[in-house]
Ligand binder design. Sequence first.
Ligand SMILES: NC(=O)c1ccc[n+]([C@@H]2O[C@H](COP(=O)([O-])OP(=O)(O)OC[C@H]3O[C@@H](n4cnc5c(N)ncnc54)[C@H](O)[C@@H]3O)[C@@H](O)[C@H]2O)c1
Ligand SMILES: Cc1cc2c(cc1C)N(C[C@H](O)[C@H](O)[C@H](O)COP(=O)(O)O)c1[nH]c(=O)[nH]c(=O)c1N2
Length: 176
Amino acid sequence: MQDIAPQDYRDAMACLGAAVSIVTTDGGAGRAGFSASAICSVTDDPPTLLVCINRASSAYAGVTGNKVVCVNVLSARHEPLSRLFGGKVPADERFAAAAWSTLETGAPVLADGAAAFDCRIASVVNVGTHDVLFCRVVALQRSGCLDNLIYFGRAYHTVGVTTRAEAGSDLAHGRS
Ligand SMILES: NC(=O)c1ccc[n+]([C@@H]2O[C@H](COP(=O)([O-])OP(=O)(O)OC[C@H]3O[C@@H](n4cnc5c(N)ncnc54)[C@H](O)[C@@H]3O)[C@@H](O)[C@H]2O)c1
Ligand SMILES: Cc1cc2c(cc1C)N(C[C@H](O)[C@H](O)[C@H](O)COP(=O)(O)O)c1[nH]c(=O)[nH]c(=O)c1N2
């Protein structure tokens, strides 16, 4: 087995593009949120996704105490917001920069996000510095979903379509 230095791993992982979301929580353990790219769908029956959170994150206590999160998928226009939620900024200042609502759990839902997955944490696996949160989706919100903010090569990029017509009816009806 190779002896892989963390920096070599990160350099390689920087080549894996990923959609950027803001993961939020609220409840008795307080309101918190952080930018996240280590997110993916697990299964659609029951609807479940996973989020990897660094236990050193300022949001960790809130997320694990409230046991609810909302995954707010970002569009291109949210790059400044992702930078704010990317660390070293007080939580109130992060949330003051956008409009939020709630769905089922009380976790903040970004008013104009590409999509929002309101979740209850169903199980947690500790792996090294992170917890892998398996989250049961209990409510959804979706906008026109015309573009996504992508993180690749240590920089933000955009992928998407420019018009709803270009998106086609498949996207509008969720067909792949
Ligand atoms: N999964 C994560 O925790 C994660 C993902 C992306 C970025 N980040 C953080 O965002 C900041 C900017 O990252 P960057 O991409 O500009 O440069 P970077 O060199 O710190 O990270 C390069 C890539 O390595 C991975 N990575 C970095 N730190 C990680 C960690 N602690 N755990 C798991 N994967 C990790 C990510 O995929 C990241 O895009 C850094 O502080 C980084 O730690 C963390
Ligand atoms: C594009 C991008 C993507 C991610 C992150 C950052 C950025 C810029 N960060 C790190 C996270 O947002 C934040 O930096 C940490 O929470 C540390 O900052 P605070 O403790 O909140 O100040 C991050 N953290 C984490 O625990 N899981 C993740 O998937 C990601 N993904």
